[in-house]
Ligand binder design. Structure first.
Ligand SMILES: NC(=O)c1ccc[n+]([C@@H]2O[C@H](COP(=O)([O-])OP(=O)(O)OC[C@H]3O[C@@H](n4cnc5c(N)ncnc54)[C@H](O)[C@@H]3O)[C@@H](O)[C@H]2O)c1
Length: 249
């Protein structure tokens, strides 16, 4: 379970495209993997499932997918969905199904703790913002203007405040707005997800699953192996899948 600090964006390299190429580069001593992917490689190679709760690269490389299939090991990620994005992916389908067109969706985040401090570095923040950005357009099915901003405020400690401003259009182009403020305790939101992910991934492993587990999308901002971001759909998929695995176990 990777819950270490968010890494900066890591360049895509040819060595990531296949296991043979990756092994050749590693054997030649080339630094082709960030720490999160080295951890993923080590875990999968040793026959253990790997879960990435961070937006770092982790197991999200074709070469590591190949390794996971070869070793018969499942993996899941990326980036736990515990706050602002959780609310966004619950609300976006409502706007979509009511045909209320979202014109813009802006988010401002104040964050304390070690994560807030890490994300005050621009390259690490870029990795987090990239992961946060993906869900909205995919949940709505069209592109919107949706800037997200994160500020570190030491005084917040484990707490996070996210303020979102949504501008949308109704019947005959009538312009309307919605705003919400989320005030969450990061650790209390993340801990039960980490425990559930460990249990579900272990169940998947003992049921013979390997490679990315898209059915765990419910837990992630940037889920591996699927573009499904709508929270209620993700929950339905999760419950159906877990029910099938439990019946088999
Ligand atoms: N609600 C949440 O807490 C939440 C939600 C989604 C994602 N995340 C992600 O989970 C990660 C951890 O969040 P946090 O709030 O616990 O951060 P944190 O800064 O409090 O803890 C991160 C820890 O990782 C350690 N670390 C850094 N590099 C490491 C490495 N290479 N190997 C092993 N350990 C290393 C640090 O020393 C630190 O102790 C972050 O990437 C964050 O974005 C957290």
């Amino acid at each position: 379970m990777n819950v270490s600090s968010t890494e900066g964006l890591f360049a895509k390299l040819a060595a990531h495209n296949s296991l043979d190429k990756l092994n050749a580069a590693l054997d030649a001593g080339e630094a082709v993997l960030p720490p999160s992917s080295l951890y993923a490689y080590a875990a999968i190679d040793a026959g253990f499932p790997f879960v990435d709760f961070t937006p770092s690269t982790g197991a999200r490389l074709p070469a590591l997918e190949e390794l996971a299939i070869e070793r018969g090991v499942p993996h899941a990620g990326s980036d736990g969905k515990t706050g602002e994005t959780l609310v966004k992916t619950a609300l976006a389908p409502m706007f979509l199904s009511r045909n209320l067109r979202v014109r813009s969706w802006a988010g401002l985040n104040l964050l304390g703790g070690g994560d807030g401090l890490s994300l005050s570095e621009p390259n690490r923040a870029a990795a987090k913002l990239e992961s946060k950005a993906r869900s909205l357009d995919e949940a709505l099915g069209y592109e919107t203007d949706h800037p997200v901003h994160i500020d570190y405020l030491e005084d917040m400690g484990q707490w996070k405040t996210a303020w979102n401003h949504i501008s949308f259009e109704g019947f005959m182009g009538t312009s309307m707005k919605m705003q919400f403020t989320w005030e969450g305790c990061d650790s209390a939101l993340a801990a039960p997800l980490v425990i559930d992910l460990a249990r579900l991934t272990s169940l998947a492993h003992s049921s013979g699953k390997s490679g990315a587990l898209p059915e765990l999308a419910f837990f992630f901002k940037d889920p591996a192996g699927t573009e499904e971001h709508r929270l209620s759909h993700q929950f339905h998929q999760l419950v159906t899948w877990a029910g099938q695995l439990t019946k088999r176990a």
